[in-house]
Each structure stands twice: as structure tokens, then as C-alpha cells.
Design a protein around this ligand. Structure first.
Ligand code: FAD
Length: 237
């Protein structure tokens, strides 16, 4: 039997602490959830997000969600899931303003008129990319990480690698259980410093370990997740 200290319990387990995981964790905590965030990085800031340079999709002059969705679908050449693209196009730009700029204080570059400076990037039919010089991701993580550390409902576990999900149907003695509906009740976490593996039991598990094609996509997906708190297993990419 596992020692008591080898079992952690949390309401929501978020695996990954880039823009997707950190945003989800903060928004869930602010909605009253107890959240544990796990990252294999030695520090929460250590994620691909930290290295993102060019910027984040916002809203151009005369822009609209339909135009953004059209650009993304065209650039995706048939690989994009239209429903996800429409969520991104409708909910992403407001989140850049409300969450990143106003809630976290990310100071996007402005032009001489004081408005955000919008860049034109490949695949976009008009300038709509906001940026912080050429280190946008670093500015985002520099705002997200302290906000996470300051949130009392968030427990941060850096230097921990999720090595497997706890999916009862795959661990049951009853072999027929693999045909039952899938559920996830947490994950096995490897504490890198000690080599110890702990179980983290969670009512909800959210995977935010990367694979996003663009930063704003993470924000849009997180909003979707936050609206569906009853889901047993949440995917954030
Ligand atoms: C050099 C560079 C430039 C980029 N420029 C841009 C840009 O200009 N605009 C743009 O939109 N996008 C850009 N991107 C892409 C962008 O950075 C990513 O799409 C985005 O940051 C992904 O965010 P995320 O939160 O999904 O994942 P990540 O930031 O990759 O975070 C993943 C998290 O999961 C953790 N993790 C992974 N596996 C495990 C595990 N098994 N156990 C525990 N933790 C785990 C990691 O430690 C990390 O905390 C760039 C990427 C790079 C590398």
C-alpha cells in the first residue's frame, strides 16, 4: 500500500504550466477551484511559451471573427477543426485584452497614437498581431508565473513529470473494464529530485503539455474548459 505522503489529492490537476496550463489554472482558481499545477520544468516559467517571439493574434482594423476564422482555416489547408477555429476567432481576441493585458498587465507595444502596434504575419490578411518587442512569450510568462504563485488556491509543483494518467479502466483487475467509458482520476507524478513517484488524485485532470499551434488558441481552449467543469478529463490543445 502507498504511504500517505505518496498520494496527493486535488480538485483540478493541471499538467503543464505554459500559457495554456497557467491560464487555465488561474481562471479555475479565480472561479473557486483548488488547483494543482505540475510542470516538469525546474521553474514555472520554463515552457515553450517563454520562447515565443512574434506575438499573439488580436484584432486588426476593420477585423471580425469571421475574417480571422477564414484566415486560420485557409492557412490550415483543411487540417483545422472548424468548431475549434470559431471558438478561437470569437473568444481569443477578447481574452488577449481582458486577461493578458488587463488582468495580468502584459504591456503590449504601442504606436505613436498610443494604441497597440499591430504586426502583419504570414497567413493573416491584415495586421492583427500584438507583441512585446520580439519577446512576447517571455513577457506573458513573466506575468503569469507570479500571478500563479500569489494565488492561494493554486499549488505549484515544479520539477515533477507526469509519467502516466490514472485511468481506472486500464488498471482494473476486471479485463472487461477497458471497454467501459474512459475516465481519468489524476496522474502519476515523478518527483525529479528524488526519483519518487506519487499518485495525484484529482476530480478533473487537464492536459496542457503543449502541442498548441498558436498562443491564443490556448486561451480560447481554456475558456471552453472553464465552462465545462463537469468534464472528467479535459484536453487543452
Ligand atoms: C522559438 C519559438 C517561437 C514561437 N513564436 C510564437 C509566436 O510568435 N506566436 C505564437 O502564437 N506562438 C509561437 N510559438 C509557439 C508557442 O510558443 C506555443 O504554441 C505555445 O507557447 C504553447 O503553449 P502551451 O501552454 O500549450 O505549451 P508550452 O508552453 O509548451 O508548455 C507546456 C508545459 O507542459 C509541461 N510538460 C510537458 N510535458 C510534461 C509532463 N509529462 N509532465 C509535466 N509537465 C509537462 C512543460 O514543462 C510546460 O510547462 C513559438 C514557439 C517557439 C519554441
Amino acid at each position: 500500500m502507498a504511504a500517505a505522503e505518496d498520494v496527493l489529492e486535488t480538485e483540478v490537476l493541471v499538467i503543464g504550466c505554459g500559457i495554456a496550463g497557467a491560464t487555465a489554472a488561474l481562471r479555475l482558481a479565480e472561479a473557486g477551484r483548488a488547483v494543482t499545477v505540475v510542470t516538469r520544468g525546474a521553474q514555472p516559467e520554463e515552457a515553450n511559451t517563454n520562447y515565443a517571439q512574434g506575438g499573439i493574434i488580436y484584432r486588426g482594423e476593420g477585423d471580425c471573427p469571421e475574417r480571422l476564422a477564414g484566415d486560420v482555416l485557409r492557412a490550415g489547408a483543411g487540417h483545422s477543426l472548424p468548431a475549434a477555429v470559431h471558438i478561437l476567432a470569437n473568444e481569443g481576441p477578447p481574452l488577449v485584452k481582458d486577461f493578458l493585458a488587463e488582468r495580468l498587465g502584459v504591456a503590449f507595444d504601442t504606436g505613436p497614437d498610443g494604441r497597440w502596434s499591430l504586426a502583419l504575419e504570414g497567413g493573416h490578411s491584415l495586421p492583427r498581431i500584438v507583441h512585446v518587442a520580439d519577446a512576447t512569450g517571455r513577457a506573458v510568462m513573466a506575468a503569469l508565473a507570479p500571478a500563479l504563485r500569489a494565488e492561494r488556491r493554486v499549488t505549484l509543483l515544479a520539477g515533477h513529470t507526469a509519467v502516466d494518467l490514472l485511468t481506472p479502466s486500464h488498471h482494473a483487475r476486471n479485463r472487461q473494464a477497458v471497454y467501459a467509458p474512459q475516465s481519468c482520476v489524476g496522474a502519476y507524478l515523478l518527483e525529479q529530485a528524488t526519483g519518487r513517484v506519487r499518485r495525484c488524485l484529482a476530480r478533473h485532470t487537464l492536459l496542457a503539455t503543449g502541442l498548441l499551434r498558436c498562443v491564443v488558441g490556448g486561451l480560447a481552449c481554456m475558456r471552453l474548459v472553464a465552462r465545462r467543469p463537469v468534464a472528467r478529463m479535459l484536453l487543452a490543445f
